[in-house]
Design a protein. Structure first.
Length: 364
C-alpha cells in the first residue's frame, strides 16, 4: 500500500528532531506469525499458569493481582532469555531519531542501543509516582521511554487491566510524564507507529493524552490491516493517524537506507567490555569508595538473581553487603558528628583496606 507520508519526508525531519517513533507489542513476529507477547503467554502456560491467565483483546493478561505477582519471576526470566535483538531494533538504534517510545516493558530496544554502543537515556513510567525528569532528547543522545514500565522493575509493569486503569487514571489526574517528554510530543510534527493493534480501546485515550492532534502527520505501519473501515476512518479524522498494511521490517529498512542516503546513520561502536574489577579499582583511585562498593554489590546481586553465584561469590556477596552497611553507618556518624575526625579517618581507612581485599579476589 502507498504510504501517506514519504520516507524521504520523515528522514528530512530527523534533522530538526520533529519525528517520534512509537513501538507496539506486534513490531516483531516470528516465522509462525507469533508476537513476543503471544510466545510469553505460551511460556507461562507451560509453567502451569494455564488455568489462571489468558490474553485479553487488549494484549493485557486476564488475571488477578495475586497471580500477576506470582508470574513476575517467570516473566522476567522469559524476557531475559529473549534478549537477542532482531535486525529491526539495531536499525532503529542507528536511525537518527531523537525519541523512541515503547508501550511494552521489554528491554529489546534498550539492548540494541547498548549493543551498538549508542549513548542514550532510558526511562520508564512507574504508576502513581512522579515522572523523573529527563534531559531534552537529541539525535546525539536519544531517549528511549517505556510507557508501560520496565521488566527490571516489578512495580512499574502494566500487564493486566488493573495496572492499565491505574496508569491511565494517574496520567489523567496528574499528567506526571516528564516535562521534556511532553514538550517533545508537543513540538513533534511526525509520529510513526510500528506494531500497534488499533482495535485496543485504550489507544484513543492514550493518543489524546499524548496530545496527538489532526495537525500532526501520523502513520501506523501494521503487518495486518484491521478489518474495520469505520475504525480506520475514526483514527484518520480525529487523530490524523493513517493506518497502512505493510511489512514493518521492510518499512524500517527503507527508513534506515534513506537515512544513510539523505542524512546520516549513527556510528555503531565496538564495545570493549571492561571488567567489574577494573571499574572498581578505577573508582577507588578516584576515592569513590561508595560507588566502588555499589558496582560490586549490583553485579553480585544480579548474578544471585540468575542463580549464577559460586560458593566464593556467595561469601563475597555477604562481605560486600556488610561493608556497604558499615560505610553507610560511617557516613551517618560523620554527618551527625558522633565520631571525631580521627575516628572517622581511621574507620574509613579500615573500610578501604577491606574493600581492596574484596576487589583483589574478584574474577569478573
Amino acid at each position: 500500500m502507498q504510504i501517506p507520508i514519504s520516507i524521504e519526508e520523515i528522514v528530512k525531519s530527523f534533522k530538526h528532531d520533529k519525528v517520534i517513533i512509537l513501538l507496539g507489542p506486534d513490531i516483531v513476529i516470528n516465522k509462525n506469525g507469533d508476537t513476543l507477547l503471544n510466545n510469553l503467554l505460551k511460556y507461562l502456560r507451560e509453567q502451569n499458569f494455564d488455568k489462571d491467565i489468558d490474553l485479553g483483546r487488549d494484549n493485557l493478561f486476564i488475571c488477578d493481582n495475586k497471580t500477576k505477582n506470582r508470574m513476575y519471576s517467570f516473566i522476567e526470566e522469559y524476557f531475559q532469555s529473549n534478549t537477542q535483538t532482531s535486525k529491526i531494533y539495531e536499525q532503529l538504534a542507528l536511525i537518527p531519531c531523537h525519541l523512541i517510545v515503547s508501550i511494552t516493558p521489554d528491554s529489546l530496544m534498550k539492548q540494541a542501543f547498548e549493543d551498538c554502543g549508542i549513548d542514550h537515556a532510558f526511562r520508564y513510567y512507574v504508576k502513581n509516582k512522579p515522572g523523573k525528569e529527563v534531559d531534552v532528547p537529541t539525535k546525539e543522545k536519544p531517549l528511549l521511554y517505556n510507557l508501560f514500565g520496565s521488566i527490571e522493575d516489578q512495580n512499574s509493569l502494566v500487564c493486566n487491566l488493573d495496572d492499565l486503569l491505574q496508569f491511565l487514571f494517574s496520567i489523567i489526574k496528574e499528567y506526571e510524564l516528564p516535562i521534556n517528554l511532553r514538550r517533545s510530543f508537543d513540538v513533534a510534527n511526525y509520529f510513526v507507529f510500528l506494531g500497534f493493534n488499533f482495535n485496543k480501546w485504550y489507544l484513543k485515550l492514550l493518543l489524546k493524552l499524548l496530545n496527538l492532534t489532526t495537525d500532526k502527520f501520523s502513520m501506523a505501519a501494521e503487518y495486518l490491516l484491521i478489518d474495520d473501515d469505520k475504525l480506520i476512518r475514526t483514527y484518520d479524522i480525529h487523530y490524523g493517524v493513517k493506518i497502512i498494511e505493510t511489512d514493518i521490517e521492510k518499512f524500517v529498512n527503507d527508513l534506515y537506507e534513506k537515512s544513510r542516503e539523505l542524512y546520516y546513520l549513527r556510528e555503531k561502536k565496538e564495545i570493549t567490555q571492561i571488567s567489574i574489577k577494573e571499574v572498581a579499582k578505577d573508582l577507588m583511585k578516584q576515592d569513590k569508595i561508595k560507588e566502588s562498593i555499589d558496582i560490586i554489590l549490583e553485579e553480585l546481586e544480579s548474578r544471585e538473581k540468575k542463580d549464577a553465584l559460586d560458593s566464593d561469590q556467595k561469601d563475597m556477596l555477604d562481605e560486600i553487603i556488610g561493608l556497604s552497611a558499615r560505610y553507610h553507618r560511617l557516613e551517618r556518624s560523620s554527618r551527625k558528628n558522633t565520631l571525631s575526625k580521627d575516628d572517622v579517618e581511621t574507620t574509613r581507612n579500615k573500610l578501604v583496606e577491606a574493600l581492596k581485599d574484596i576487589v583483589d579476589e574478584i574474577s569478573f
